[in-house]
Design a protein around this ligand. Sequence first.
Ligand code: G4P
Length: 294
Amino acid sequence: MTIQWFPGHMAKARRQVTEKLNLIDVVIELLDARLPLSSRNPMIDEIVGDKPRLILLNKADMADEKVTEEWTAYFRGLGIRTLPIDALSGKGVNKLPELCRELAADMLTKRAERGMQGRAIRIMILGIPNVGKSSLINRLSKRSVAQTGDRPAVTKAQQWVKVGDTLELLDTPGILWPKFEDQMVGLRLAASGAIKDELIDFTEVALFVISYMMHYYPERLLERFKLKELPEDKVAMLEEIGRKRGCLISRGEIDYDKAAELFLRELRSGKLGRVSVERPIDWEMEEPIGKPLM
Ligand code: G4P
């Protein structure tokens, strides 16, 4: 799932995306609703240029609805149309064709003026690994009448999938890299499950989420771990979780790593409710909530 990105790989990914973009009328930028900026490619504006673009905040079923509204307003402020969706259940996805038509309106008018009519609006999905690109393509293609097959202008490996009457979707997504050199971005991605577990330090990631939740979702922690009040800090909270879940080494000592892993599994499976791990305000703070002391 996780791709190791090296400068050569990034250049190749960018080249592949740029080649595909030549065929495209509207770009669908797919982000994780729980961590929209952290699941975003840092060079996306440069890569997409002036192409009409729609941001889809995927996995909205797992994100805090209020925070998703904040993000929608945030991207609207940047002049980008934004729609929360859930690619698995399909919630919100039915609004996509109409939005793409609106975004392609100028292009369609110009095309009509030149006497070119009737061609479908061509779209492609762009995003970092694990954000739900394949799920969305599957969801959209299920609704399609049929695959249209190879077209002369397209390389053999790519196919267009019909989505309703007016859209054609490129069946291979564009894969881009996140801003992984930023420590907070790495922690949010790891919390969401976007980084292979073998590559993450469970304790560090869990301590980030715990401090974020102690600030924004204290009642969830109290309820889930049946506590009367929150412990004094994040380490004490992790200890408490370890005790409640029986993560002990010998003589009653807490196995922090085990407790952290269990906590992250509960988070990712939705047992702690809908949790967003990033808010627009986090990017305005010098010391975002949950930033490790280092
Ligand atoms: P990708 O092509 O961008 O790499 O992502 P993909 O569609 O493979 O989705 C990655 C994981 O996210 C999958 O879980 C998928 O089921 C889940 N997912 C995608 N869209 C949504 C959504 O809207 N809501 C929820 N709740 N989950 C979504 P997985 O197969 O279990 O993989 P993993 O979690 O083990 O990595």
